[in-house]
Design a protein around this ligand. Structure first.
Ligand code: LMR
Length: 401
């Protein structure tokens, strides 16, 4: 029956973890998937999460189904975290929110909702490059994917002129995917003043902004600061779609906790949108999982745990920033590796887009047991005091050929 099914390629990001696991060399390093590791290279369960789990266990909750759009306290707190306590549509009860299977699930619900109900276009523009999964995900949702310029290889920074030109030339009404902070894979974000210009173009061209906020707190260490773009757009009167993930900022990767939301014009409109979100979710997975939503909700609604969590997010962000500084010093000063490496320091969030080419990435995997995605992206969180010198030395050797 399945003789005509062709073998597909491994996933460009999660496939790296499989290759890493098969390598038994003690020096092996996994810089593929964006998952935080502590200074000993170990996965990190946040103290705020452990304490929330203790509270949940003590409450002896039942295991009943959640409503189709998830745990109401969680969705309300997730929206507050993203939009801010004083957000106008939030206070008007005009934000439709559904819990989702983390950020990917949120994007998928959003893509499907837009494909079904957005009246002006079926095309979504994504940045070049973007998170690899955005492309199949939106295509599978029923949208056509097109691209706008984002990254300038020459300056290893934002191609702001290219970005503006491409958005200006996009047909009126098109959907635009924006990374709210800590752009994946490049680590290059627009400045606040550039966000204002982007907001103006989007208003002028009547484009529809869809924000992917997978790293709130991870870019700067502050959840408020990282929500700047989302809140600014809403304050300018844009209606937006938003995908949120709690995988990175609460370390809830495998719990799959996220939210998808849409700002609407009124409470009455919000109710109609809510009903359609339910119609999308119900045949897909019926209703979302319970435990992770309880964890996130417990943290977001308990002032003490919230404070501890914010401190831990900052701790993770700061450790990554330290690794950036150290890697820059090693490449630039200690090994004098050919090339310019200051972007390692200036990039933001979980990743550095090193500029290493596919051949060099292959050499690093085959000769040095160092695994990263083939576009030269490294997860900074995979580096620590014990492996960073070996990594820098291996990069130096790969660059020199
Ligand atoms: C990544 O880009 O590594 C993360 O967003 C994890 C994933 O699912 O790809």
């Amino acid at each position: 029956t399945w003789s005509a099914v062709p073998a597909g390629p491994p996933d460009p990001i999660l496939g790296i973890t499989e290759a890493f696991k098969a390598d038994k060399d003690p020096r092996r390093i996994n810089l593929g998937v964006g998952a935080y590791r502590d200074e000993h290279g170990k996965p990190y369960v946040l103290n705020a999460v452990k304490k929330a789990e203790e509270k949940i266990a003590a409450a002896k909750l039942d295991k009943e189904y959640l409503p189709i759009t998830g745990l109401p306290g969680f969705t309300s707190n997730a929206a507050k975290l993203a939009y801010g306590a004083d957000s106008v549509p939030r206070n008007q009860n005009a934000i439709a929110v559904t819990q989702s299977i983390s950020g990917t699930g949120a994007l998928r619900i959003g893509g499907t909702f837009l494909a079904r109900h957005y009246p002006h276009s079926k095309t979504i523009y994504v940045p070049t490059p973007t998170w690899g999964n955005h492309i199949p995900l939106f295509k599978d949702s029923g949208l056509e994917v097109k691209y706008y310029r984002y990254f300038d290889k020459k300056t290893v920074g934002l191609d702001f002129e290219g970005l503006k030109e491409d958005l200006q030339n996009a047909p009126e009404g098109s959907i635009v995917l924006l990374h709210a902070c800590a752009h994946n894979p490049t680590g290059v974000d627009p400045t606040q003043s550039q966000w204002k210009d982007i907001s103006d173009i989007i208003a002028e061209k009547k484009l529809f902004p869809f924000f992917d906020m997978a790293y709130q707190g991870f870019a700067s260490g502050s959840t408020d600061r990282d929500a700047f773009a989302v809140r600014y757009f809403v304050s300018q009167g844009h209606q937006i779609a938003l995908s949120q993930s709690f995988a990175k900022n609460m370390g809830l990767y495998g719990e799959r906790v996220g939210a998808f939301s849409l700002t609407t014009a009124s409470e009455e409109e919000r109710k109609r949108v809510d009903s359609q979100l339910k119609i999308i979710v119900r045949p897909m997975y019926s209703n979302p999982p319970l435990h992770g939503a309880h964890i996130a909700n417990t943290i977001l609604s308990d002032p003490e745990l919230y404070q501890e969590w914010e401190g831990e997010v900052k701790g993770m962000a700061d450790r990554i920033i330290n690794m950036r500084e150290r890697l820059y010093q090693l490449l630039s000063n200690d090994f004098r590796t050919p090339g310019e490496w200051s972007h390692v320091k200036s990039q933001i969030g979980m990743f550095s887009f090193t500029g290493l080419n596919k051949e060099q990435c292959k050499v690093l995997a085959e000769k040095a047991h160092v695994y990263m995605t083939m576009d030269g992206r490294i997860s900074m969180a995979g580096l620590n005091g014990r492996n960073i010198e070996y990594f820098a030395k291996s990069v130096d050797a790969a660059v020199r050929g």
